[in-house]
Design a protein around this ligand. Structure first.
Ligand code: PMP
Length: 400
C-alpha cells in the first residue's frame, strides 16, 4: 500500500492489525496441525481454536459454545436463514429492505423455489426501519425476522431490542447481521435479544474469509455444510489461521466502556469534521441518514447532482479510496437499493458516495480531503446549479 493513500472505505474492508498478522503468521508457521487430529500437533491446534473461541465469546458476551466459525458473514447469514426455514414448522422470513445483497438474494431464491414466504419491512426517508410496518408483518406465521444491526451504506442503526420483543411475542426468532456494527460500537449478544448473529472478521481489522454465526444456546441449529467440526454445526477443517486472526481482532476490541467511548467519540469527531467541512465548502451536498442514530465512522452523501463515478474518479486521482455504496455492488450503474428503499430518486441515488473511517484515519487525512476535494468538485457542482436541490428539499437534520 502506498503510504500517501488515504483509505476511507473501511465499511468495505479494514487493514489487519499487527496482532492479527502475527497470529496468522504463527498459525501458518507453527500451529498448523489439524484441530481434529488426536496427536500432539492436533491438540496444539485444538487448544489454539479453544482460545480463539473464548476471545470471540468474551468480546461479544456470549458463551464459547454459542460460536460457530464460518467463512464470513455471507455464510453465517446463509446458515441462519436456511436453518430458519421450517423452524417450529414455520416457513416465513421477514427481512428489511436494507439487508445486504447476499441476504436479499437468498430470500428471493427461497421464495422463488417456494421454500419460504418472504415479506420486506421498508425503510423511512431518514434510513431508519419502518417499525409500524414491522409490527404488522411479524405475525405467528413468521419463523425468523432478519435485520442488520447497522446499515452498511448509511450506517443507520436498526431497533434490534424492539425487533427482538416483536419477534419473540410471536414465537419467531431474530437474526441480526451485525457485520457493520461489530468493531465500531459495542455489541453485547446476551443483552441484544438476538437469537442468531452474523459477523465477519475483516470488517474489524481481522482477516478476510472468516467470521462467525452466534447461535443462542438451546437452539439446535442445522448445518449447511455437514460434517463433524464445530459440534456438527459446520463441517470442514477449521481455517485456523483465519480463526486465530479473528480471535486476535476480537481480543483487541474487548475494550472497557471508557475505551469504547473514547474510540467512538474520536471516530465521530473526525466523521463530523469531514461532513461539516464538505457541507460548508460545497453547498448542495446532501447527507443521507444524518438525522438518525448511526455508526460513528460512516458518511453517505451526494455532491449535488455530480455522478458518483465522476466523484470517485476525482478521489482516485487524489489517492483517496471511497466507494459508491456497498463494495459488493459498487461497480456498475445500478443505484443503491438502500437509497431507493428510502425514497431517494434513481438519479440522485446514482450520485451517492460513501466515506467510511476507521481508528487508523487521521485528522491530517481528513484535512487533506477537505482542502483538495472542494477545489475539484465546486466547478462541477456549479455546472449543475439549475438542477441542484434547494435546501427545502434536503432531508431534515442534514446540517445538524
Ligand atoms: N453483511 C453486511 C452488512 C456486510 O456489509 C457484508 C460485507 N460487505 C456482508 C454481510 C458479507 O460479508 P463477507 O463478504 O465478509 O462474507
Amino acid at each position: 500500500m502506498n503510504p500517501d493513500w488515504i483509505y476511507l472505505d473501511n465499511n468495505a474492508t479494514t487493514a489487519p492489525s499487527t496482532g492479527v498478522v502475527g497470529a496468522i503468521a504463527l498459525a501458518l508457521s507453527q500451529t498448523w496441525g489439524n484441530a481434529s487430529s488426536s496427536h500432539a500437533m492436533g491438540q496444539e491446534a485444538k487448544q489454539a481454536l479453544v482460545m480463539a473461541r473464548s476471545q470471540v465469546a468474551r468480546f461479544l458476551n456470549c458463551k464459547p459454545a454459542e460460536v460457530i466459525f464460518t467463512s464470513g458473514a455471507t455464510e453465517a447469514n446463509h446458515i441462519a436463514l436456511r436453518g430458519a426455514v421450517g423452524f417450529n414448522g414455520r416457513h416465513k422470513i421477514v427481512l428489511s429492505a436494507g439487508e445486504h445483497a447476499g441476504v436479499q438474494k437468498l430470500a428471493r431464491h427461497l421464495r422463488d423455489r417456494q421454500l419460504a414466504a418472504v415479506d420486506w419491512i421498508g425503510l423511512n426517508a431518514d434510513g431508519s426501519l419502518n417499525i409500524d410496518q414491522a409490527r404488522s408483518l411479524i405475525t405467528p406465521e413468521v419463523s425468523v425476522v432478519s435485520v442488520m444491526a447497522a446499515n452498511n451504506e448509511t450506517g443507520v442503526l436498526m431497533p434490534i431490542g424492539e425487533l427482538a420483543r416483536l419477534a419473540h411475542e410471536q414465537g419467531a426468532l431474530l437474526h441480526v447481521d451485525a457485520t457493520q456494527l461489530i468493531g465500531k460500537l459495542p455489541f453485547d449478544f446476551a443483552k441484544s435479544g438476538a437469537d442468531l448473529v452474523s459477523l465477519s472478521a475483516h470488517k474489524f481489522h481481522g482477516p478476510k474469509g472468516v467470521g462467525a454465526l452466534i447461535v443462542r444456546q438451546g437452539l439446535n441449529w442445522p448445518a449447511l455444510f455437514m460434517g463433524t467440526q464445530e459440534r456438527g454445526r459446520r463441517g470442514g477443517t477449521e481455517n485456523l489461521p483465519g480463526i486465530l486472526g479473528l480471535g486476535a481482532a476480537a481480543e483487541k476490541l474487548s475494550l472497557s466502556p471508557e475505551g469504547w467511548l473514547s474510540q467512538t467519540s474520536a471516530l465521530a469527531r473526525l466523521r463530523d469534521a469531514l461532513e461539516q467541512g464538505l457541507l460548508a465548502a460545497l453547498p448542495g451536498t446532501v447527507i443521507y441518514g444524518a438525522s438518525s442514530p448511526r455508526l460513528p465512522n460512516t458518511c453517505y452523501l451526494r455532491f449535488g447532482h455530480v455522478h458518483a463515478d465522476v466523484v470517485l474518479n476525482k478521489l482516485d486521482r487524489m489517492g483517496v479510496m471511497a466507494s459508491s455504496g456497498a463494495a459488493c455492488s459498487a461497480s456498475g450503474n445500478e443505484p443503491s437499493p438502500v437509497l431507493l428503499a428510502m425514497g431517494v430518486s434513481r438519479e440522485d441515488a446514482l450520485c451517492a458516495i460513501r466515506f467510511s473511517l476507521s481508528g487508523h484515519t487521521t485528522a491530517q487525512q481528513i484535512q487533506t480531503v477537505l482542502e483538495r476535494l472542494p477545489l475539484e468538485l465546486a466547478p462541477l457542482m456549479a455546472e449543475h446549479t439549475s438542477s441542484v436541490s434547494s435546501p427545502s428539499e434536503l432531508p431534515t437534520g442534514v446540517f445538524a
